[in-house]
Design a binder for this molecule. Structure first.
Ligand code: SF4
Length: 386
């Protein structure tokens, strides 16, 4: 199988073009086609000589994601289901103009992307882990989620709210320095990002580079369910990515119940890794906390949660649970969620309660994929029976 061209950094392409005796400016032209024009076929790269296009075609693939399903409305979260080249499905979620989410107030389009097909970590409340891990995503498959959403947006210009005039407004795509539609990335979709460490870092290098995605490191949030050794490894990377911990329980008793990863890396160890991360990076950590009725929503839980938040100078994102078909967990009432938030605030913790925008679109991570796989399976069974 050929490596995909979008899994390569500029340095790697420079080396390849040098070996082919191609002038250096050709790399810049190629990168322009890949990340500015978002070309989907070699023949579209009209300013590259035909012979060079031939060499590229022989040595690299240029795979794109196939949009299978798309759900949502112009003013809400949009969910995309993509088919990969080997027929597997992954999801990405576009969250427009959500100032209060992960970045600063100017963020206009946040994209939540997947890093694996399925997940091995089996959190009890999550649809992504229900059928286990199928495989890691390659760097180009992580990157393509951004490019594919931007291609979709170009074709449907009125499908998300128009950007206000100013520095964030999309420019004609022919401008090499045009800002991207996606200016904020959250690595929190299907899969445990830090379990696909090398491919994730390679993809983020490319998405962060000015010649690639051009998304600032501080606008990229990596989330983990708590892989302590990889958190320490991430601390040594030369990037200022943001770190979010999918905590969902502030005691071992709660995390053990809903997150098997806690048996391997209990809170003590996770917290020590976060301490080390902060010492090296000096960066604020975000704590993600899905509120699940009767599991982690008691006011008593706000005390250990507040203690952790203060230890890490962390902001807490409270997310009311999106029920998953076939799983027993429920979303707490609005009053319970508001009470939980108020109790944290009373303890001087910075916290937000996410106004869920995706409740009606199978928004819980992995649900759309699961539904589509089940439908396809049923269809195959019906066809076989006929
Ligand atoms: S919550 Fe994240 S780590 Fe846990 S099973 Fe789902 S995708 Fe995997």
């Amino acid at each position: 199988m050929l490596p995909d061209i979008k899994s390569l950094t500029r340095e790697e392409l420079d080396r390849q073009f040098k070996a082919w005796n191609e002038p250096a400016f050709r790399v810049a032209q190629l990168l322009d086609w890949l990340y500015v024009s978002r070309a989907t076929e070699w023949d579209a790269m009209s300013n590259l000589p035909k012979a060079l296009r031939g060499k590229l075609r022989e040595n690299f693939s240029l795979k794109i994601l196939e949009l299978v399903r798309q759900q949502g409305t112009p003013d809400t979260t949009r969910k995309f289901l993509w088919r990969l080249a080997d027929g597997q499905f992954i999801e990405s979620v576009l969250i427009p103009a959500n100032a209060a989410l992960y970045g600063e107030a100017s963020d206009r389009h946040t994209l939540c992307i997947s890093t694996q097909v399925g997940c091995a970590y089996g959190c009890k409340f999550c649809a992504s882990g229900l059928n286990g891990l199928k495989r890691n995503l390659e760097p180009h498959e992580i990157i393509e989620q951004v490019l594919a959403v931007e291609r979709w947006h170009e074709k449907e210009p009125r499908s998300t709210p128009p950007a206000e005039p100013g520095p964030e407004a999309p420019q004609p795509k022919s401008k090499p320095d045009a800002p991207r539609l996606i200016n904020n990335l959250v690595i929190m979709g299907m899969g445990e990002p830090l379990a696909n460490y090398e491919n994730l870092i390679q993809a983020l290098k490319i998405l962060n580079a000015p010649w690639g995605g051009g998304i600032g490191a501080r606008k990229i949030t990596i989330s983990t369910s708590g892989l302590a050794p990889q958190i320490r490894r991430l601390a040594h990377e030369p990037f200022q990515f943001r770190l979010a911990i999918s905590l969902h329980g502030a005691t071992d008793a709660v995390r053990d119940r809903i997150m098997p990863v806690n048996k391997k890396y209990p809170l003590r160890e996770l917290a020590a890794a976060c301490d080390d991360y902060q010492k090296l990076k000096g960066r604020m950590i975000t704590l993600e906390y899905i509120l699940i009725a009767g599991v982690n929503d008691a006011l008593a839980q706000t005390y250990p949660l507040a203690a952790l938040a203060k230890r890490f100078y962390a902001k807490v994102n409270l997310i009311p649970y999106n029920p998953v078909e076939g799983l027993p967990w429920q979303r707490p009432s609005e009053e319970v969620c508001a009470g939980f938030l108020a109790a944290l605030e009373k303890q001087d913790v910075t916290a937000t309660l996410r106004q869920e925008k995706g409740r009606d679109i199978d928004a819980a991570c992995g649900q759309l994929r699961l539904k589509t796989e089940q439908e396809l399976e049923a269809q195959l069974k019906t066809e076989a029976a006929e």
